[in-house]
Design a binder for this molecule. Sequence first.
Ligand code: TYM
Length: 332
Amino acid sequence: RRRVLSGIQPTADSFHLGNYLGAVRNWVELQDEFDAFYFIPDLHAITVPQDPKELRRRTRVAAAQLLAVGIDPEKSTLFVQSQVPEHAQLAWVLNCITGFGEAARMTQFKDKSAKQGRDHTSVGLFTYPILQAADILLYRPNLVPVGEDQRQHLELTRDLAQRFNTRFKKTFVVPDAHIIKGTAKIFDLQDPTAKMSKSSSNPAGIVNILDDPKVSAKKIRSAVTDNERDIVFDPENKAGVSNLLVIQSALSGVSIDDLVAGYAGKGYGDLKSDTADVLTEFVVPLRERMDGFMADVAELDRILASGADRAREVASRTLAQVYDRVGFLPPG
Ligand code: TYM
């Protein structure tokens, strides 16, 4: 069976609509057709300072959210990155075949390090995309379902896979990014030219899927639009309106064209209140399922431990081949 792999960081109390519509929702669909590996990259999370207690809690919250949105641990291998030591081990080898300049060109690193200043930027943040390449290549997936902001990291992953394969011996599958066009970039409600981002958006611009739906409805009603009146889909010139159409369409399953046709003669207030309603319908049962998973942390940890076992079976085989091919002695 063809394989997919993807990950989401445990760096917030909730996934936001960008995470959900850009990535996680597609993971749920893909698990029926593919051999799926989904994980929580806690090693990536500590590239910026994290409070240890919060990190542990958020890791469980992320896992519970994946279960609550429909990741089925019987179909998918769901695990936490730090419980599979092969990720860090392969990352070291890949660090050693990555050029310094190549890593320095990563735009996410450039943006974040510019914002934080050099002295507050860890070396871990610099090598972050190489660890991400290790996450992926260990499992030899065909597809990696992610949002648009991960495209450059996927390109680096492909380059490293090809480089290792030519320098040593064909070892890695060169994976394709799987970026769903319509929802690959969900925008900040307050600044609809910027992506919705847990690290850089103003809280009013982010819709967290676990928040009280009344709070989210209010954010949607206050979303920035424009001074016109017509509801048309035009991401270039009407970014705010178009973003709301994308969100409503994705959550309701009604096409953007049909939504636009239905809004003839109506105003932005209608668009906003309908979008808030559709979101509420999604969020209410999700929050209930979430409470169920968080009520039994022992069971949650058991699911993750068994996922890590399954992941290690695959990861350890790949790592053993890599170690052999670069010239390390066999395990003593
Ligand atoms: P992370 O945790 O920032 O985001 C998880 C997923 O959500 C997508 N995403 C968005 N999609 C659409 N619109 C947005 N506004 C938006 N914001 C975020 C991201 O593209 C991502 O797919 N580096 C990764 C985590 C990672 C990973 C991996 C992913 C580590 N190792 C291996 C895939 C494979 C990240 O920080 O995602």
